[in-house]
Write a protein that binds this ligand. Structure first.
Ligand SMILES: Cc1cc2nc3c(=O)[nH]c(=O)nc-3n(C[C@H](O)[C@H](O)[C@H](O)COP(=O)(O)O)c2cc1C
Length: 206
């Protein structure tokens, strides 16, 4: 089957059983992380941080906070998608990084700064979390698509206890875990045929 985007989306499934012996190469991991890095985000602020866990003891502990779902401990790498609430700092960092010491570039970015500080910099923590989480889920989607292209299996997971995981990982207060992505190689195929709502349910034209 040709390696097309749609074929890859048909190939992938939320993998429940990973083969714990099969590990992802450093090169493939790098490509998946690159896809996350290239994911578009609102204003380009990329308000997330992804923790890549390979330590088996840590994966086992996280499994306990994931309703014992075996994907967490049997995967090759566990990606923990965390969302950021430090948006003011994020905007200032963006301007510093983009202008790269060039004063004129920094001055030219003042309009952007004013707009983003007004639109998102002012958000209080709960709203900042909601806004940042939307961006984080885009990165999750791109990561899953990149995995599928590399014939690497993955399972998006919200079935875990974020507060306990954040505590275990000693996350700073501006970072909150929102979704997990165990990645690796399937031990078995899907248990059920793929279900999707029909096109006339999902789409309409005007
Ligand atoms: C945000 C999100 C959270 C999910 N959480 C879990 C989970 O905790 N455990 C699990 O086994 N599957 C989880 N899934 C997988 C979905 O059940 C699965 O993607 C959906 O049923 C479609 O099946 P498919 O991915 O195999 O095509 C999650 C999927 C998404 C997108």
């Amino acid at each position: 089957m040709p390696n097309t985007f749609l074929n890859n989306l048909n190939w992938r499934f939320a993998t429940k059983k990973f083969d714990p012996k099969k590990k992802i190469s450093a090169k493939n991991l790098d490509q998946i992380l690159k896809a996350i890095q290239l994911t578009p985000s609102s204003y380009g602020l990329q308000p997330y941080h992804i923790i890549v866990v390979t330590d088996q003891k840590l994966k086992d502990k996280i499994k306990k906070y994931s309703f014992l779902q075996s994907q967490v401990s049997d995967c090759s790498h566990l990606l923990i998608f965390c969302t950021r609430t430090d948006l003011k700092k994020r905007i200032n960092d963006y301007i510093d990084l983009v202008s790269d010491g060039n004063k004129l570039k920094k001055i030219n970015l003042q309009g952007f700064k004013l707009m983003t500080m007004t639109q998102v910099g002012k958000l209080k923590t709960p709203e900042a979390l909601t806004w940042s989480a939307k961006q984080t889920y885009l990165a999750l989607g791109f990561a899953m698509a990149a995995c599928a292209e590399l014939k690497i299996d993955s399972c998006p997971m919200e079935g875990f206890m974020p507060k306990q995981v954040d505590k275990l990982l000693k996350l700073p207060t501006y970072l909150k875990s929102v979704v997990l992505l165990p990645i690796g190689y399937r031990a078995q195929g899907p248990e059920h045929p793929k279900f999707r709502y029909p096109k006339n349910d999902l789409f309409s034209q005007k």
